[in-house]
Ligand binder design. Structure first.
Ligand SMILES: Nc1ncnc2c1ncn2[C@@H]1O[C@H](COP(=O)(O)OP(=O)(O)OP(=O)(O)O)[C@@H](O)[C@H]1O
Ligand SMILES: [Mg+2]
Length: 149
């Protein structure tokens, strides 16, 4: 399943994140792609808030992963620095674990990721406007439908 939607401003990104938040389950895998400043971390912050996580979520670029404990844990990864290095074994445990896993720059470790995942590519249209390209297979097919309506 593949859908595209336009997000006109940051408030609409928040609304979108809340929709995604309603579809979460343990083991959920959300893969994000998009240029620097596209909004990957911003989307993750809004998603964390929708999960009831009150800790400040910021970019984990220099730590690769941060874990936020909640009713379901949020494992937030930024694997930008793993390009060409491959997957860290410790990370795999979280990708296949029972938290919600959000991966910024997932293409850098794509060989190590399961087939079934939700992919959101964020394209910058202008300062506030974004094009979201949303793709999902298997159990994520109907989720693509839900979050793009
Ligand atoms: N519609 C929007 N959705 C998301 N962010 C937006 C939007 N409009 C403006 N922004 C701004 O764009 C910036 C996005 O930065 P963010 O850190 O989320 O990007 P990123 O994709 O995680 O970048 P990086 O690759 O460096 O990790 C923020 O300053 C945010 O306020
Ligand atoms: Mg980021």
């Amino acid at each position: 399943m593949y859908k595209e939607i336009i997000i006109n401003n940051i408030d609409e990104m928040n609304v979108f994140a809340k929709k995604v938040g309603k579809t979460l389950f343990p083991g959920y895998l959300l893969c994000l792609e998009g240029d620097l400043g596209a909004g990957k971390t911003t989307l993750t912050k809004f998603l964390g808030a929708s999960m009831g996580i009150t800790d400040m979520i910021n970019s984990p670029t220099f730590t690769i992963m941060k874990i936020y404990e909640g009713e379901i844990d949020l494992n937030h990864m930024d694997v930008y620095r793993l390009n060409g290095i491959g997957m860290d074994y410790d990370l795999e445990e979280y990708v296949y674990g029972d938290g919600v896993c959000v991966i910024e720059w997932y293409k850098h470790i794509i060989e190590s990721l399961p087939e079934e995942k939700l992919i959101i590519e964020i394209e910058i249209i202008d300062e506030f406007k974004r094009l979201l390209k949303i793709e999902g297979s298997g159990k994520y097919e109907e989720i693509v439908e839900k979050i793009s309506n």
